[in-house]
Design a protein around this ligand. Structure first.
Ligand code: NAI
Length: 332
């Protein structure tokens, strides 16, 4: 069984090579992303392993089918980048890693909040230049602030627990109520009320038709002045242009994003010597109250080890015709 990897970085090669000691698959790694241009690189592979910004549309899936690819293993949780109907029609199994260290992402959301609030990124640079002034570094106590969590699945639930621990009042909106969180003190409300009452809003729902541009002109108009918006979900959960307007007029007080609408052209690459053509991202990065990280919320040692192990386990179960063993991971 040969698995060909796309968008593979050194840390992927390291974690998968280590996990593969248990499985003994033949692994082949390409740094390039998967797209119509890279299908010809496939040589006798049975499965491919891809990441968040590899686009598996119908054209790409048809190309994979012609190359006899039977399994697509996503080494991530989100799957908005795959045309699952096309995969089903072509008889290609698609699996993902439904859960891996949700705390990794939830803790990164907290890191975004704490950095934006207490400005540790500015303090770090200032002190190194022997500037010990506190001017401009004032934050606010998180204790007793109201935090609205949209999507209380695995990551949202971990984030709720963290924010309860910080002494916050935690409000939630989800299609399903998590009774354990409710018992722990989380209050489920309709979306409108959550937007109206929260000082901080954190997005942890998947990207789908209902959630695309959930944060837009209209929903922003309901939020508290100086609201802090945190997005570690997917870039398209936010209408970036609407948020830029709200940042310019001061209604949005802070924005922390680990994901961005057009990230596939930028994230995971070193573009430090290039001219960035994306004016929207450049505008975002020009605000002093905006913090952008490049899809790193998942990036902990524990999470990478789990991702590698679960991905290979998924491929093994599928290749041994045991789809029920990976039912939770199987998308098509
Ligand atoms: P999950 O499937 O456990 O939870 C998603 C929750 O969102 C569920 O409770 C679901 O009922 C809820 N939901 C679905 N539609 C909704 C709607 N219209 N409104 C409100 N809630 C809705 O997923 P998990 O593992 O918690 O991940 C959440 C998202 O986080 C993923 O879909 C992915 O996009 C993103 N993610 C980001 C990472 C990063 O590194 N930045 C890493 C991993 C995931």
């Amino acid at each position: 069984m040969k698995i060909t990897f796309f968008s593979a970085k050194k840390y992927d090669i390291d974690s998968f090579t280590k996990a593969n000691l248990q499985y003994n698959f033949e692994l082949e790694f390409f740094e390039t992303h998967l797209g119509p241009h890279s299908i010809e690189m496939l040589q006798n592979a049975d499965a491919i392993c891809v990441f968040v910004n590899d686009k598996l549309n119908r054209q790409v899936l048809e190309g994979l089918s012609k190359k006899n690819i039977k399994y697509v293993a996503l080494r991530c949780a989100g799957f908005n980048n795959v045309d699952l109907d096309a995969a089903r029609e072509l008889g290609i199994n698609v699996c993902r890693v439904p859960a891996y260290s949700p705390e990794a992402v939830a803790e990164h959301a907290l890191a975004l909040i704490m950095t934006l609030n207490r400005k540790t990124h500015k303090a770090y640079n200032r002190v190194r230049e022997q500037n010990f002034s506190l001017q401009g570094l004032m934050g606010f106590n998180l204790n007793e602030k109201t935090v609205g969590v949209i999507g209380t699945g695995k990551i949202g639930a971990a984030f709720c627990r963290i924010m309860l621990g910080m002494g916050c009042k935690v409000l939630a909106f989800d299609l399903m109520v998590n009774k354990e969180l409710e018992a722990a003190g989380v209050e489920y409300l309709p979306l409108i009320e959550l937007l109206q009452q929260s000082h901080i809003i954190s997005l942890h729902c998947p990207l789908n038709e209902q959630t695309t541009q959930l944060i837009n002109h209209q929903t922003l108009s309901l939020t508290q002045p100086k609201v802090m918006i945190i997005n570690t979900g997917r870039g398209k959960l936010i209408d970036t242009k609407a948020v830029i307007e709200a940042l310019k007029n001061g209604h949005v007080g802070y924005l922390g994003i680990d994901v961005y609408e057009q990230e596939e052209k930028l994230f995971f690459k070193d573009l430090s010597t290039e001219i960035i053509q994306d004016d929207t991202l450049q505008r975002l990065m020009s605000f002093p109250n905006v913090l952008v990280t490049a899809h790193q919320a998942f990036f902990t040692e524990e999470a990478l080890n789990e991702i590698a192990d679960i991905t290979l386990q998924n491929v093994q179960a599928l290749s041994q015709q045991k789809p029920q063993a990976v039912a939770k991971a199987l998308l098509a």
